[in-house]
Design a protein. Structure first.
Length: 298
């Protein structure tokens, strides 16, 4: 019974932590939706060139809520793919609290945060450049059209009924969106917590202490689990000097908190969501492996 109570409590806590981020994100998106399409598109065009930079810096803050917010913004095409990946890669989730609780050197923590942010920013700009090149060679517009209205239709938030209600209508629509995603995240987090409890954190830890190449791949796979437990396990193993810096980075770079979970919920293009997860996995594991091969240490 105590185990069930702990699992439910952890799931509630993890889900509640993202509420402010989700609500604020939907307030912004609802506001943009009620502006003209041309005005919204101009905002996106003016900010997208620096998106990966801001994404990498913002994602470094110790809150998985930023990755959830980014998923919603990307689904509405308010931010670019490069910006989304930059935020996912730099998201620190539970790493900082663990470093602090273990009294790890502040300098080490800062170096890891900076490294994650730089990696996110660099890959973010590369991805946006590749996407723009692909659009140009195929005669497409460089900017994807904003799709906030489609997102609203998918969530059945009745935004059109609130359109003439001013700020109150915007708040109501944002609340509907937030509640929908909160319930979805809460249910899946409960399921994941039960699965992790059954598998056992010790068993997950043992998997990450295998051969070097396999450990990077497994760290990336574990990092894909949309839950705080993987980042906790990976960080603890690194602090106990049981895995290398590269292996830790493989897991933490791939680990985007609940960002991927929210992306699969709000973005209707499932193939695109799978591609995002695949890109994240490849970047994280390959970068982690390169860190070890180059003998980089902090």
């Amino acid at each position: 019974m105590n185990m069930i109570i702990d699992i439910v409590a952890d799931a509630l806590l993890d889900s509640v932590k993202i509420l402010p981020f989700l609500f604020f994100t939907y307030l912004v998106m609802e506001y943009l939706e009620h502006k003209t399409e041309e005005y919204t598109s101009n905002i996106v065009q003016k900010t997208e060139h620096f998106g990966p930079l801001w994404g990498g810096l913002i994602g470094a803050f110790p809150q998985c809520g930023f990755s959830a917010a980014a998923s919603n913004l990307y689904a509405g095409r308010v931010i670019t793919l490069g910006t989304l990946i930059a935020i996912y890669l730099s998201t620190s989730d539970e790493m900082i609290p663990l470093f602090i609780s273990n009294q790890a050197p502040v300098g080490l923590m800062v170096k890891i945060l900076v490294l994650k942010a730089v990696i996110g920013i660099v890959y973010g700009f590369i991805i946006d450049a590749v996407v723009h090149w692909h659009h140009r060679t195929h005669g497409k517009s460089l900017n994807d059209p904003v799709k906030i209205e489609e997102l609203c239709e998918k969530e059945h938030c009745h935004c059109e009924e609130e359109e003439n209600s001013g700020f109150i209508g915007i708040v109501k629509s944002a609340l509907v969106h937030t509640i929908h995603i909160f319930v979805f995240v809460l249910i899946l987090t409960l399921v994941l917590n039960f699965v992790i409890e059954i598998v056992g954190e010790d068993n997950l830890s043992m998997l990450l202490k295998t051969s070097p190449v396999i450990s990077h791949i497994l760290a990336g796979i574990v990092g894909l689990i949309p839950n705080c437990a993987p980042s906790v396990i990976i960080t603890e193993l690194y602090l106990d000097q049981m895995i290398t810096l590269g292996t830790m980075m493989s897991g933490l770079l791939v680990g985007a908190g609940i960002g991927l979970l929210v992306l699969f919920r709000v973005n209707s293009n499932k193939k695109e969501n799978i591609n995002v997860a695949f890109i994240l996995f490849i970047i994280g594991t390959v970068t982690g492996l390169l860190i070890d091969m180059l003998g980089i240490s902090l």
